[in-house]
Design a protein. Structure first.
Length: 394
């Protein structure tokens, strides 16, 4: 493994093509969405929130995985660190893309309407927390903290490539960073998603939201790792053992998400409180019930059964195909989470739901590719690189 440090491990030329295509498609989709914003302003903001929550999950999940990797080590983290770092460096862009949500609060949240709050005791009680000014202040704080952690971790990692030493600062930030990450993600999930129905609450929702972001991020990382494994240099590092590790981690996230989601359902069902059960009643009647069944099968049962197979986890192409399915299910689950708050009586897909999501994902993917090209695809300066990858060549 000693030759690792002498190789460049640069991103393949295909990354340039993906960047151009993603930017073009994203730009066109967002331009079309802007036309929709003029025609149906309220629907535009609702679709924007849906697309934004889905897109943000990937860099946020990558930030959590990056900090876990710095604290635990291991080969899976070494071969994915550059992908994780390229994703988290898009957080300043995601902060900028949050501005339309801040501008469209009155189209999304009923607690922004004084006349509704005046007649609702629950909203009056929550008003010190749920008000537009404090909402925006909290969002600025969240993105400030996340971006700071992301930029510090990637800056020190770049310096490590040059120095080749053990940088204790990466662990120093990642330790408290994980705790702050969990706290702020919980608050953000309450602010941005749970408060769409300000009468409903769940104490497990924040943790469920955080795990779902990790699942989105891991599926994306597996897809990118498969793409990079087709290059001559990386193919010798990204062995079946490495994909097996990633597959096991993916299975863990699939099971953890299902456990938390079922726990939330079981607790709400057993308590049978009117302010809680409405959340599930809406999602289990009319045509929403079919989406609920699809999410259960596609988000848990199907990937769970496949990921039990050792051979599938070791075959990069099959694992990548499953990652694509999981990302598609993550969008449907986000749709299941957000849209019933606006259209409880019927399940229908508005063209803006798809257009805005494509635009935001395209823009984000272009930024990700631009970041990925800037550094070696392996942390060649990490003193533990050879040790971590030593067991992967079989």
């Amino acid at each position: 493994m000693s030759e690792l440090r002498t190789q460049a491990f640069q991103a393949p030329p295909d990354v340039d093509r993906i960047q151009r295509v993603a930017l073009a498609l994203g730009g066109v989709a967002l331009l079309v969405a802007l036309v929709g914003a003029v025609v149906d302003t309220e629907q535009f903001y609702r679709s924007y929130l849906l697309g934004y929550i889905f897109t943000l999950a990937i860099p946020m999940g990558c930030l959590g995985l990056l900090m876990i990797q710095h604290l635990t080590g291991g080969g899976w983290g070494m071969v994915t660190r550059r992908t994780l770092e390229a994703a988290v460096r898009t957080l300043p862009l995601m902060a900028l893309l949050f501005v339309p949500i801040a501008l469209g609060l009155s189209h999304l949240y009923e607690w922004t309407h004084a006349e509704i709050v005046a007649t609702d005791r629950v909203l009056q009680w929550k008003a010190p927390y749920l008000n537009p000014t404090f909402f925006v202040i909290r969002a600025v704080f969240y993105f400030g903290l996340w971006t700071t952690m992301a930029l510090l971790l990637t800056k020190w990692s770049r310096e490590q490539d040059a120095t080749g030493g053990d940088d204790w600062r990466l662990r120093l930030v990642s330790g408290p960073g994980i705790l702050l990450f969990g706290l702020t993600i919980t608050l953000a999930s309450v602010d941005w998603v749970m408060s769409l129905d300000a009468h409903w609450y769940s104490t497990i929702f924040g943790l469920l939201f955080m795990v779902s972001e990790g699942l989105s991020a891991l599926a994306f990382v597996i897809l990118m790792t498969f793409f990079l494994s087709r290059t001559p240099e990386m193919s010798r590092v990204l062995t079946p053992k490495r994909f097996h590790d990633l597959g096991k981690l993916l299975l863990t996230f699939v099971m953890l998400y299902a456990y938390l989601a079922f726990s939330q359902f079981l607790l709400i069902w057993s308590a049978n409180l009117p302010e809680e059960v409405t959340y599930f009643l809406i999602r289990t009647r009319e045509r929403w019930q079919w989406l609920s069944v699809l999410v259960i099968v596609g988000h848990f049962a199907f990937p769970f059964c496949l990921l039990l197979l050792r051979d599938l986890k070791r075959q990069a192409n099959r694992l990548a195909m499953l990652a694509v399915i999981i990302l598609a299910m993550r969008f449907l689950e986000t749709y299941w989470l957000v849209v019933p708050n606006f259209r409880a009586d019927q399940m229908s897909v508005h063209w803006l739901d798809v257009t805005v999501a494509l635009g935001l994902v395209g823009l984000w993917l272009a930024a990700f590719c631009w970041n990925l090209k800037g550094r070696a695809l392996l942390p060649v300066g990490d003193p533990y690189l050879e040790e971590a990858l030593a067991d992967g060549h079989h």
